[in-house]
Design a protein around this ligand. Structure first.
Ligand SMILES: NC(=O)C1=CN([C@@H]2O[C@H](COP(=O)(O)OP(=O)(O)OC[C@H]3O[C@@H](n4cnc5c(N)ncnc54)[C@H](O)[C@@H]3O)[C@@H](O)[C@H]2O)C=CC1
Ligand SMILES: CC(=O)C(=O)O
Ligand SMILES: [Mg+2]
Length: 625
């Protein structure tokens, strides 16, 4: 059930306040009449004032009554909360979906009626987006807590799984292996003159759902919606990009509805040549655009990061954004134990999942320990993958995992060995933190969670970070039930807080990179960063960690509410700007030069970032041929 009524009313009041103080400047439009109504960037639906209808040749193309932006907003919000909405709408959309892509939907949502409802909600929002972007983003910004689960994880995963059946209107650009040699000209097919933020995927590891090929485009779309909502990137300047190099998902290759290339994935140099060409094309047209790599399988996530990070202003969200969010949570869990932050160096941390995300987290945690305890510090990290504990005895160990593989001496100390099971590791190590980035739902089973009760920590931390919901290592309820009320808990996808009885509540945190990537992108953009460095990412993570007060920490709160995502993003963005300036990597942007940035105080930098956030209001449209 969408509970938007109350928050919609209060956010509407806030919106009105904002409306009354700012008179939006005019917006030039090069079309007239029905063409404007069919363009979601400019369309205001019934919101066009009569004078504008005359000016733009719209008279007679709309019902006569003018509905203000606020009234439109009210009507949309009302639609979402009318009694019985869920049942009627889901029934209606179920029938539509039945006709349109019944077989595909049935395959993927068998026995899961919730999925049908989730998709129905997504379609309502998506239709609003396709008609009127201004209203869509206002609704999203004002109700981010309610709508994030629909446009982002978990529903975005379902959308990707069903994308070929759901497809109606394209969003973003598609480059395929067949476009080799053409990308430099293709990039000019994008209608916007300026692009600030690009999210790029090859669809090879979509959340914990594996290789979804071209259907992975849903992820860049969802991430960029979060950019607009959280960072105030102008939606006319965002670009979701799918690089379709084939798929190794046999089910999709056999699916008649599948919209991507029907071939297996390119590998090796052939693959890299395609990504190189795309990056060159993007950079040629928009040299200052920030490129976020998203949901690439591990080998390409690491390889492309090393290949491009010193040449382009880019980052990998799964490796770097996730690491910062996890580190902020880990530091919070030290505070929750009433210990000083420097005790982080002594924490025993078990990470389950040695992929792009798990290794990114450990790399950043290692940097933090080195800063706190010196370069020779010996952190107590235990890394497991599907074959159990990773030790130096492991054959064919991934080079990125090598620094975290346990030596014989270390395993002996705890009575462990190569490939020790997770249960064995937990029982013998008694870790302070158990962190999952395995993509495997339920891997923190009852036995594992019970074993966490024996943790050496006064407040054991359990992070079930895999997405979407079904892939979480455990649910919030399971964690509090089996590991005890004393834990701090975080998950990648949202769960409701847990009623512990006796009037107590188990707080659920959302440990998701959404708390950092918008600020990393926005900060890099606004300072004209040449590249994105470890120091900039470190600054972002520290900023997020310091956002939470001691009082909140005592209540098990490690991350702020998503309701304040714009404020968090402004602070994170400012931290990134200041770190880039300190490293001499900020070229400035527009009229704000490197010197201006250098002499801004922290508060002035936050103000600068806030003032450059786009906010959806109807601008007067002025026609120009
Ligand atoms: N909360 C967040 O912000 C983020 C969450 N994630 C989630 O993390 C998950 C993993 O992502 P990546 O690291 O990119 O994937 P990946 O495919 O690169 O790595 C998965 C790792 O998990 C291991 N694994 C598989 N089954 C296991 C088992 N039964 N026990 C222990 N380990 C097992 C694999 O051996 C591999 O090392 C995904 O579900 C993704 O959605 C990723 C990025 C951010
Ligand atoms: C959140 C995210 O980036 C992921 O699950 O891949
Ligand atoms: Mg991701």
């Amino acid at each position: 059930m969408w509970r938007v009524a109350r928050s919609a009313a209060s956010s509407l009041r806030q919106s009105r306040r904002r409306m009354s103080t700012a008179i939006p400047g005019p917006c030039i439009v090069h079309k007239r009449g029905a063409d404007i109504l069919h363009d979601p960037w400019f369309n205001k639906d019934t919101g066009f004032p009569l004078t504008e209808r005359d000016r733009l040749g719209l008279r007679g193309l709309l019902p006569p009554r003018v509905i203000s932006f606020e009234q439109q907003y009210d009507r949309f919000s009302l639609l979402l909360v009318i009694g019985g909405f869920d049942f009627l709408t889901s029934l209606f959309f179920f029938l539509v979906l039945l006709v349109e892509s019944y077989r595909s939907l049935e395959k993927n949502t068998q026995g899961q009626p919730d999925n049908v409802v989730s998709l129905a909600k997504w379609r309502i929002l998506n239709r609003l987006h396709d008609r009127n972007e201004t209203l869509y983003y206002r609704v999203l910004i004002d109700n981010i807590k309610n709508f994030a689960p629909t446009i982002y994880t978990p529903t975005v995963g379902l959308v990707c799984q069903n994308y070929s059946g759901l497809f109606r209107r394209p969003r973003g650009m598609y480059f395929s292996a067949k476009d080799k040699g053409e990308m430099m000209s293709m990039i000019y097919n994008w209608p916007a003159q300026q692009v600030d933020m690009i999210v790029l995927t090859d669809g090879s590891r979509i959340l914990g759902l594996g290789d979804l090929g071209v259907q992975g485009i849903g992820i860049p779309i969802g991430k960029l919606d979060m950019y607009v909502a959280a960072a105030g990137i102008n939606p006319q300047r965002i670009l979701p990009v799918m690089l379709d190099v084939g798929t190794n998902n046999e089910k999709l290759l056999a699916d008649k509805l599948y919209l991507g290339l029907r071939q297996h994935r390119l590998e090796g140099d052939e693959y890299l040549a395609i990504v190189d060409e795309l990056m060159e094309a993007v950079h040629a047209r928009w040299p200052k655009a920030i490129v976020q790599f998203e949901d690439f399988q591990m080998k390409w996530a690491f390889e492309t990061l090393e290949r491009y990070r010193k040449r382009f202003c880019m980052f990998n969200d799964d490796v770097q954004g996730t690491a910062g969010v996890a580190l902020a949570g880990l530091l919070g869990s030290v505070r929750a134990q009433g210990r000083p932050l420097t005790d982080f160096a002594d924490q025993k941390i078990v990470v389950v999942g040695a992929g792009s995300a798990g290794l990114g987290v450990l790399k950043m945690a290692l940097q933090a320990v080195s800063r706190m305890a010196g370069p020779h510090a010996d952190p107590h990290f235990f890394l497991l993958d599907k074959d159990g504990l990773i030790t130096k005895e492991r054959k064919c160990i991934d080079p990125a995992a090598t620094p975290f593989a346990k030596s014989q001496g270390e395993t002996k100390e705890f009575g462990l060995c190569e490939g020790s099971s997770l249960l064995d590791v937990i029982k013998k190590v008694k870790p302070h933190v158990l962190l999952g980035l395995s993509g495997v739902g339920g891997v923190f089973n009852e036995e594992i969670l019970r074993a966490m009760k024996e943790s050496d920590s006064t407040k054991p931390a359990i992070f079930a970070m895999s997405n979407p919901t079904a892939n979480a290592e455990c649910t919030a309820e399971e964690a509090f039930k089996h590991a005890g009320e004393n834990i701090v808990f975080a998950s990648g996808s949202p769960f409701d807080d847990v009623d512990l009885g006796n009037g107590k509540t188990g707080h659920v945190n959302q440990a998701n990179n959404m708390y950092l990537f918008p600020g990393i992108g926005l900060g890099s953009l606004l300072c004209g960063a040449r590249i994105i460095t470890d120091d900039m990412l470190q600054a972002a993570a520290e900023c997020l960690a310091s956002y939470i007060t001691d009082g909140e920490i005592q209540m098990g709160i490690l991350y702020p509410s998503i309701d304040s995502i714009r404020d968090i993003t402004a602070e994170v963005g400012a931290a990134v700007v200041r770190a880039a300036v300190a490293e001499g990597l900020a070229d400035g942007r527009g009229e704000v030069g490197p010197k201006d940035l250098k002499y801004m105080s922290k508060e002035q930098t936050i103000k600068y970032v806030k003032e450059n956030m786009w906010f959806p209001v109807y601008s007067p449209l002025v026609h120009e041929k």
